[in-house]
Design a protein around this ligand. Structure first.
Ligand code: GLN
Length: 264
């Protein structure tokens, strides 16, 4: 685990160095989003949330073809508190931060981990949940611990912290990026990758839905999930944090999480 912590720290350091060197996506200029007249600082009557609905139970597409899950319900409760209508757009995970920067969405709720490089690009709200990066392997895998990942092909969801940590620790040659977790897990069942590094709750869902897989009993990293808002939209940030505090204090948020992740 020591080695891993070093790898994570090294990863975080090189990420902030990279950010310091101006490698983060440029702040779009003169964007004119249709819905708010180009003013990312506006709080309108609609809360436009972006997510990547392939991350159950935080977000998934339900039988009515609608985005459902923990994040959709928490955002619904926040919107209700703020007297706003919630509108959810499903997009690739790595498009979420650019979309909030460009003002085409107001907020990201996507089981998104608070991370220093992302915090250069967006502002995170207070955290509302904890995530753990875990390793999924075939039941008969020789991979039993983090150290065994050396020389193995690791499947990840593109742009996630699992991707960032593994690419940093093992190099791009060892990491295969997929558009979503389901595709990474499909590659694992097909033998195209040796393991998948992903957040624990979607991992449990994927292992349940696919025979012959298991989650290693070793935690890769523990993380905080928060919503992300445009840097200049402090008005919305303050409102969301205030609503979130009330929803934490009255048990609404823990109730929503427990509905999808029953305590054992
Ligand atoms: N928690 C991970 C991250 O923020 C994965 C999130 C996701 O895939 N939706 O990178």
């Amino acid at each position: 685990m020591k080695k891993l912590v070093c790898a994570l720290l090294a990863g975080a350091m090189s990420m902030s160095l990279l950010a310091g060197c101006g490698s983060k996506p440029a702040e779009p200029e003169n964007t004119t989003p249709e819905n708010n007249g180009g003013d990312t600082n506006a709080v309108s009557d609609t809360l436009r949330m972006g997510t990547n609905a392939a991350f159950p139970p935080y977000e998934f597409v339900d039988e009515n073809n609608e985005v459902a899950g923990i994040d959709a319900e928490i955002a619904g409760a926040i919107a209700e508190k703020l007297g706003m209508k919630l509108e959810i757009t499903d997009m690739a995970f790595d498009s979420l931060i650019p979309a909030v920067q460009a003002g085409t969405i107001d907020i990201v709720l996507a089981g998104m981990t608070v991370d220093p490089e992302r915090a250069e690009a967006v502002t995170f709200t207070d955290s509302y949940a904890t995530g753990v990066q875990v390793i999924i392997v075939p039941e008969d895998s020789e991979i039993a611990k983090v150290d065994d990942l050396d020389g193995k092909t690791i499947g990840v969801q593109s742009g996630t912290t699992g991707d960032l940590y593994c690419t940093d620790a093992y190099g791009q040659e060892q990491v295969k990026q997929f558009d979503n977790g389901a595709l990474a897990v499909a590659a694992l069942t097909n033998g195209q990758v040796d393991c998948v590094v992903i957040d624990n709750e979607p991992a449990k869902n994927y292992v349940e839905a696919n025979q012959g897989l298991k989650i290693l009993d070793t935690e890769y990293a523990i993380e905080d999930y928060a919503a992300a808002i445009a840097k200049d939209n402090t008005e919305l940030l303050d409102k969301v944090n205030a609503a979130m505090k009330e929803l934490k204090d009255d048990g609404t948020i823990s109730g929503i999480i427990e509905k999808y992740i029953p305590a054992k």
